[in-house]
Design a protein around this ligand. Structure first.
Ligand SMILES: [Zn+2]
Length: 712
């Protein structure tokens, strides 16, 4: 039985090897299949086994070394060189339609940043990270000035206050203590767990502060957590978390083209009309630089929970410490380049599976994003090799290597906006990996219909310890000798914002996921997030990045090859019910307003359950007699039914009625409904409920239609 066409002319060793490998693995996997295993499943398994054999940790390591060999911020010569490199590699793999998709977008760079304590003593902040002889990359001059992209320019001298994480309730407490905030400079800590720094800027701007200094307290990601770089994964005292502060929770992408693509010559709004641009100065600083500021700040003692791990008394400030701050930024419109390529399907070629990762980094980008980029490269190579060996995905697989994600999710957003209609029609799912591995714990955030796809992949791929990733993911952390074994939450979390899936899920309405292996990581967006860090702490030997490449490839293969799309709407309905219960507990405990919506969600669950056995177990499908193509079309359209063209109130770019993001990037479930109820706006709450009911009715109608088609 021969399922796959061999390459026509295996005229070189690589091709020959591919064919041999393919035959070997096809035989291994195909043989044990039982009588009733349909050929499509055997093809899947052989395809996956072939890809597993190609994926090489050594090759990934080589890519990582190359991508991290120099700093490569968006629009820099090096980052553009890397775009060319990706382009050439993808062409050499045999990907099709490989091209650069470029956009001219507003970026943000520092010309001069000066921060100094004027009184009670004089101290000029170093604003640079310390070099270590163990790692030559830490002493290179190209590292540049750490900064917050899209900070306002200005020159001020003002008193300093300490505002803990810079959340609204932190400022409330300062005001309660009689500390006036107007025109002052706030010193705040980066948040653990992560909360987007742009939210800190937004909050400070709204509260009338003049500027923000954001530092990393050693309690959160430094010495208080464990050994620091170059001896451990945590951040040394001088590490600085760079990063953008735009308000991309209002709209991401080029601040001057909200909702449309930044093609050369397109219409642009003036900077002062751009709602995503901050109107406040902000500078990221190290704990080392924060220390003399906190020492001098004076004022009332800070609450216990505001105190960090620096050896000083944390105080709230207000008048004693005076800081001079000068920030001179330039915001040029610069060209950025996504690299796009595909493997064309052989059946439903218009249906697209999209995978992506960003390329640009604040400095070397060891973990974020180059581990992800190396992972993407290896997956692309493996899938292309498989195609050469005769494997045929039914659907077309698109690869996106995004640019300028670090600024404001720019490259993916512009591309998504440019191809909005095509993607709305054809995008089956978007699978994102930003950073691949900083440890051993698998974590994933996803739209619930992707759950079976995730679980299947995790059950099939093994952890380097020999257990499946699935069983590690479900287990508590444990120790074997000195090695901490892989573990995980065992949960699929809902998806917020903060990386490149945003346009595809929240704007276009495609099922999406983001995944990584996480672990101790205290050097985020600092120059220490580099090859040395990855090689010593993040993923020595690149075994977990390779495991992620296998997981990612499997998901792509299942989506691209399954006769019936493996999208589980019964699980979607179940999760929706849970989201609504959580909402109702808080805002509608008697279920008065939400009764109808609960009823519709249960109806969705009931209707979807008819499809579930077919979706979860492809072997029951009779491709000949079932109208599979029509059912697949309905399954693709279901996620789009949750899109409201008007968007959520005050943030019309975000159009998904189930998944949105808080200003911190955290997930905001049922965004219009939740925000309306939190604001106590009865009319808006009822409107949001009606919109959700409308979406559910559309979904139910499609599920009904699909069930009829199945029984044909
Ligand atoms: Zn990233």
């Amino acid at each position: 039985m021969k399922k796959f066409k061999e390459p026509k002319s295996p005229n070189n060793l690589g091709k020959l090897l591919s064919v041999c490998l393919f035959m070997l693995f096809w035989c291994q996997v195909a043989t044990p299949a039982s009588e009733d295993t349909p050929s499509s499943l055997i093809e899947h398994a052989a395809f996956k086994a072939f890809v597993d054999k190609i994926i090489s940790p050594k090759k990934i390591d080589k890519y990582l070394k190359y991508f991290t060999s120099d700093p490569h911020v968006a629009s820099s010569a090096r980052n553009n060189e890397l775009a060319d490199f990706v382009l050439k590699e993808w062409k050499s793999f045999g990907l099709e339609d490989v091209h650069l998709a470029h956009y001219d977008v507003l970026l943000s760079f520092p010309e001069e940043i000066r921060v100094e304590l004027i009184s009670p003593k004089k101290f000029r902040l170093r604003l640079r990270e310390k070099a270590y002889p163990e790692d030559a990359d830490t002493s290179r001059p190209e590292v540049g000035i750490p900064y917050n992209a899209y900070s306002l320019s200005g020159d001020i001298t003002a008193p300093l206050v300490y505002a803990c994480s810079g959340n609204p309730q932190d400022y409330d407490l300062l005001e309660k203590k009689g500390i006036n905030l107007k025109g002052k400079i706030a010193l705040v800590r980066y948040s653990v767990p992560y909360s987007y720094r742009g939210f800190k800027a937004y909050t400070a701007e709204k509260r009338g502060l003049a500027a923000l200094l954001i530092y990393s307290d050693p309690q959160d990601d430094g010495i208080a957590r464990g050994p620091v770089f170059p001896h451990g994964p945590w951040g040394p005292l001088s590490h600085i978390q760079r990063g953008g502060i735009p308000y991309d929770f209002i709209y991401p992408g080029d601040p001057l083209t909200p909702g449309w693509a930044s093609k050369p010559g397109c219409q642009r709004i003036p900077e002062d009309k751009a709602l995503s641009l901050p109107k406040i100065m902000s500078v990221p600083i190290s704990a080392e630089d924060a220390l003399p500021l906190i020492e001098s700040i004076g004022g009332p003692e800070a609450p216990e929970e505001w105190k960090g791990a620096l050896p000083v008394a944390y105080r709230l400030g207000g008048s004693q410490a005076i800081v001079h701050l000068k920030v001179k930024m330039k915001n040029p419109v610069k060209r950025i380049m996504n690299v796009i390529g595909c493997i064309k399907g052989t059946g439903k070629t218009e249906e697209i599976i999209l995978v992506g990762n960003h390329r640009d980094a604040w400095v070397y980008g060891g973990h974020d994003p180059s581990s992800g980029t190396a992972c993407l490269m290896e997956m692309a190579r493996a899938l292309a090799e498989a195609k050469k060996a005769g494997f045929k995905p039914q659907r077309t697989i698109y690869f996106g290597n995004w640019d300028a994600e670090e600024f404001t999710l720019t490259g993916s957003t512009e591309w998504g906006e440019e191809h909005r209609e095509w993607l709305r029609k054809n995008l089956v799912a978007y699978l994102n990996v930003d950073s691949a591995a900083a440890g051993r714990d698998f974590s994933v955030q996803a739209v619930p219909c992707l759950a079976p796809l995730i679980i299947q992949a995790l059950k099939e791929v093994k952890d380097p310890s020999g257990k499946t990733i699935y069983s590690c993911w479900k287990s508590e952390p444990s120790k074997k000798g000195t090695i901490v074994l892989a573990s995980g939450s065992g949960r699929i979390d809902p998806l917020g914002s903060g990386t490149d899936h945003t346009v595809f899920l929240n704007h276009i309405g495609a099922p999406a996921l983001n995944m990584t292996f996480s672990g101790d990581y205290g050097v985020y967006h600092s120059m220490y997030d580099n090859y040395y860090w990855m090689n010593h702490f993040g993923d020595p030997g690149m075994l977990y990045t390779a495991a992620l490449a296998k997981i990612w490839s499997r998901m792509v293969i299942d989506l691209a090859c399954s006769a019936l799309l493996p999208l589980d709407n019964e699980n979607y309905a179940q999760e929706l019910e849970r989201y609504l219960e959580e909402w109702a507990d808080q805002h509608d405990p008697a279920w008065k307003k939400s009764k109808n919506l609960f009823f519709l969600i249960r109806e969705m669950k009931k209707r979807a359950s008819i499809l579930t056995p077919y979706v979860l177990n492809q072997k029951q499908i009779d491709k000949e007699s079932h109208s599979i193509q029509e059912i697949n079309r309905l399954l693709i359209e279901i996620e789009r039914d949750f899109i409201d063209a008007q968007g959520i109130p005050n943030r019309s770019w975000f159009k998904h009625l189930v998944f949105g993001c808080r200003y911190t990037y955290a997930v905001l479930l049922l965004p219009s409904l939740t925000e309306a109820a939190e604001a106590g706006d009865e009319e808006a709450t009822i409107k949001a409920l009606r919109l959700l009911e409308g979406a559910l009715k559309r979904v139910i109608a499609k599920l009904k239609k699909a069930a009829v088609l199945l029984n044909k």
